[in-house]
Design a binder for this molecule. Structure first.
Ligand code: SF4
Length: 836
């Protein structure tokens, strides 16, 4: 552990411009100065510190935090000091600061538990690890012999560490692959819109979202679209602030008036799930006013390539693509991805070649966008036509500019929103500009740092992996019929975090002979398990962290010994694997696994000189990767792995499902203006289970301080206009419901909630609701077969056809990404007052 140098108390050295209350203290006699006395006492005890992966990583910051220990006890957490270009960039938000308190929480799991009552009854007996392993292993082998290994499902989607980084997830995948278990997470689809859009339009799943927020500094215009970085993403927010201080205009487009909206120069409220219509209106104006960057579009996009009007396919001659040369008035050939054209390639017009009609892709786009007039979008988005025009003009005239998309776009049509954003970036030449572009709150980071995770997940190579990948929707349908016999939850809390908890509790679990939950808490999922195994928290074990936005490799070291009988993943998986017949693959300890992960060919890590070793990390704690001094540029070289080798605002592949270009589709269930008017809305309100800054999914909800900061109990919010309509007063107990479920909750009147929306903060545990059900019951189930639309299914098919399921990119398994997008915000509900 490193020794911490205590800062010297400054109370005797206040200058005359110190705040008045501090000057008053400075005049106190030394012996009376309580702060000095405390400092003196503190000096008698030495503080040490280690790095820890913040357990609140789920907001996609992935911060490494500094955990300070005194007298064998954690006393606080704070920001890590990074080096190099990130020297002053370490952050630790309110959740990070509070995170260490969880270690000492009274209700932490400290011993292996076996259910003795009925499932969910809460009756347990404490057992030894050996008994737990023996019984679980024996049951799994029995089920395998009777029904086959594929009837055992492993759930590895989330953990207390990022999926790319957590040993518990990696070892869970290793065990699943060796055993031949089922991974039910295909098409789970959380946050997949940006991935889908960049996969089809730019040719890569991840890299185009990897934008270092430092690039915001010198931009001139930022649209925060559907996000709240001021409260949730500190490094992103810091560089938005930097940009503003240098003169950039900040616009916030979103559903709620939140802290980011308040910080922005201009807040544009949009109706839920309507964002694509506004973005396409902006694109239409840019095209109509001929403000697009023609040179950029010619060089890097499909704009000049001819499209067969009848088939929607690109015109080709052998492996060449065709364009229309205005000078020779003839069709000419061009190589895939060529940046130069002979003659003058046409952007507009219709041309007949061998009796068939062709148009340049740009003309196809112009025709397609014509629908998206300012008035049309106003009807959909609620944004006045004049504001839409102004936004389009400002975005187009400020270059470079950024669109920072975020998680507030989690509707079924999220993929189209991102395709529209990329289109705007192509039209204006912002994609590929050092200080412009499109990014997602999901992924803004420094250089992609990839550990050798495949060596852990695939001990026998990718070909030797026996995992059965199953679409999420199919899993639940088959589970209801009794196909799956066991569920090993290695990480996460799906019963709480996923929509419709009843499909777990009523449809899935009753058919299972064995449910095992590995966690640090008794979660909602654990409550229904047969065995609950206590995991060590990040503060108690070793781990490797790629601090996502900071270009550093960080070693997480245990700050304290694990409490009770809590164990690290090496121990837990070794114990399970030995009883399942795969013990030989799990004899490593945490040091060994870390060495395997560090042994990567990935150049940013492999090229560090002297090499990054575990020993070096133990000495230095964090080491900057071998990254260039300039921010990561995913567009470097401007080569695109698309069909045409260009950026494809027109996609022939998506034309296969009738979606060649970004299009506004009604969200899945939101009561849009159209639906309300034609009587097809299921319910009159959008149900919005918004996340708030003191919780991260179901984490932090049991911390009394965080719970107090969150209002002390679950509440819902409604706009005063709607409240009056419904006869609801502030503090009234109401039932919020739809056909999937209901929740009874105290309502608050709040103007920040737009009319037509009911909000209940996400995170509160089921037991905090005194009556009724749970808000997650109201949500549309993720990745279910009837929530997947054609594009999502096609996307899944494409990825499967290309053999990418199971492939590892940047440390992520494609299996969990190749599917639909999240429908978390895409729900309708109704509300009624109930008697207390
Ligand atoms: S931003 Fe997220 S990862 Fe960073 S300290 Fe806060 S909760 Fe932890």
């Amino acid at each position: 552990m490193h020794k911490l140098t205590l800062h010297t108390c400054a109370r005797h050295r206040f200058s005359s411009n110190a705040p008045a209350n501090l000057q008053l203290q400075a005049t106190m006699p030394h012996h009376a100065c309580g702060a000095c006395q405390r400092e003196k006492e503190e000096r008698m005890s030495e503080e040490t510190w280690v790095c820890t992966a913040c357990p609140g990583w789920g907001d996609h910051e992935f911060c490494a935090i500094k955990t300070v220990v005194k007298d064998g006890k954690i006393v606080r957490t704070e920001a890590v000091d990074y080096t190099g270009a990130e020297a002053n960039e370490g952050h630790c938000c309110q959740k990070g600061i509070a995170s260490w308190r969880q270690v000492y929480a009274e209700d932490r799991l400290l011993h292996p538990l076996k259910r003795v009552g009925k499932r969910g009854e809460g009756k347990w007996e404490q057992i030894s690890w050996d008994q737990a392993f023996d019984e679980i292993g024996a049951k799994l082998c029995e089920l395998r012999d009777k029904y086959g290994p594929g009837t055992v499902a492993f759930w590895n989607i989330t953990t207390s560490l990022p999926p790319s980084q957590g040993l518990d997830t990696l070892l869970g995948n290793r065990l699943c692959g060796l055993w031949g278990g089922t991974d039910p997470l295909n098409a789970y689809g959380l946050d997949n819109g940006p991935y889908y859009a960049s996969y089809f339009d730019l040719g890569d799943f991840y890299k185009y979202m990897m934008i270092d927020p430092i690039k915001f500094d010198a931009t001139s215009y930022i649209i925060i679209w559907g996000g709240n970085p001021v409260e949730n993403q500190q490094r992103v927010a810091k560089h938005i602030v930097e940009a503003k201080s240098r003169g950039a205009k900040i616009v916030d487009v979103g559903l709620l008036f939140d802290a980011s909206a308040g910080y922005a120069d201009w807040f544009i409220p949009v109706k839920p799930g309507s964002d694509t219509a506004l973005a396409l209106c902006m694109a239409n104006q840019i095209v109509q006013r001929k403000e697009y960057d023609r040179a950029f579009m010619t060089k890097y996009t499909v704009a000049p390539l001819l499209v067969d009007v009848a088939t929607g396919k690109f015109a080709t001659s052998g492996d060449k693509f065709l364009y229309w040369d205005e000078e020779s008035q003839s069709a000419r050939e061009t190589e895939r991805g060529a940046e130069e054209y002979e003659g003058t390639p046409a952007f507009n017009g219709e041309y007949v070649i061998d009796g068939a009609k062709f148009k340049p892709a740009f003309q196809m786009l112009e025709d397609h966008l014509a629908t998206y007039t300012p008035e049309y979008q106003e009807r959909i988005t609620g944004v006045p036509a004049s504001d839409a025009i102004k936004l389009g003009e400002e975005y187009s005239s400020h270059r470079p500019s950024f669109i920072v998309g975020a998680l507030g776009l989690r509707y079924q049509n999220q993929g189209d929103a991102y395709r529209a954003f990329y289109l705007l970036g192509m039209l204006t030449g912002n994609l590929g500009h050092l200080n412009g572009g499109v990014t997602s709150e999901i992924q803004p980071c420094g250089f992609p740092l990839g550990f050798n995770n495949p060596s852990i997940i695939y001990p026998n190579g990718l070909e030797g992996d026996k995992t059965i990948f199953v679409k999420n929707g199919d899993f639940f349908e088959d589970a209801k019929k009794g196909k799956y016999k066991a569920f090993i939850k290695c990480a996460g809390n799906p019963v709480h975090n996923c929509p419709n908890r009843s499909r777990w509790i009523d449809d899935t679990f009753p058919n299972m002979d064995l449910i095992v939950d590995i966690d640090v808490w008794m979660t909602d999922t654990g409550e229904y398990a047969d065995y609950v195994l206590p995991a060590a928290m990040p503060f108690e074990r070793e781990e490797l962290i790629a601090a996502a936005q900071y270009n550093h490799v960080v070693l997480q070291e245990p700050a304290i010994e694990p409490r009770g009988e809590c164990k690290d993943p090496s121990f837990i998986y070794r114990g399970l694997a030995e009883r399942m017949g795969f013990g030989e693959y799990f004899q490593n300890d945490a040091d060994d696994w870390i060495r395997m992960r560090l042994n990567t060919p990935q150049p940013f890590i492999a090229n560090v000189d002297p090499p990054i070793t575990l020993e070096r990390l133990k000495e230095e704690k964090l080491i900057r990767a071998a990254v260039p001094p300039v921010p990561w540029d995913p567009f470097l070289g401007m080569k695109f792995e698309t069909q045409t080798g260009h950026m494809e605002f027109y996609s022939e592949r998506l034309n296969n499902v009738g979606l060649p270009m970004a299009t506004y589709h009604e969200p899945y269930e939101v009561p849009t203006t159209e639906r309300m008017e034609n009587g097809t809305a299921k319910h009159p309100y959008q149900f919005f289970s918004g996340r708030q800054r003191f919780f991260m999914q179901s984490m932090f909800t049991d911390d009394p301080v965080m719970a107090d900061l969150s209002g002390g109990k679950p509440t819902g919010r409604i706009n005063p206009v709607d409240a009056e309509k419904e006869g609801i007063h502030d503090g009234d107990l109401c039932e919020v419901y739809n056909e999937r479920g209901h929740v009874i909750i105290e309502m608050r009147l709040d103007q920040a909630i737009p009319p037509g929306t009911i909000q209940v903060w996400f995170g509160w545990r089921k037991r905090t609701f005194t009556e009724g059900g749970m808000y997650s019951e109201l949500l549309v189930p993720l990745g279910d077969n009837d929530t997947l639309d054609d594009a999502a299914l096609y996307w899944y098919q494409c990825v499967e056809d290309e053999g990418k399921v199971g492939e590892i990119l940047s440390g992520y398994a494609i299996s969990a990404m190749a599917g639909a997008w999240d429908t978390i915000w895409d729900c309708a509900c109704d509300i009624r007052k109930v008697e207390a």
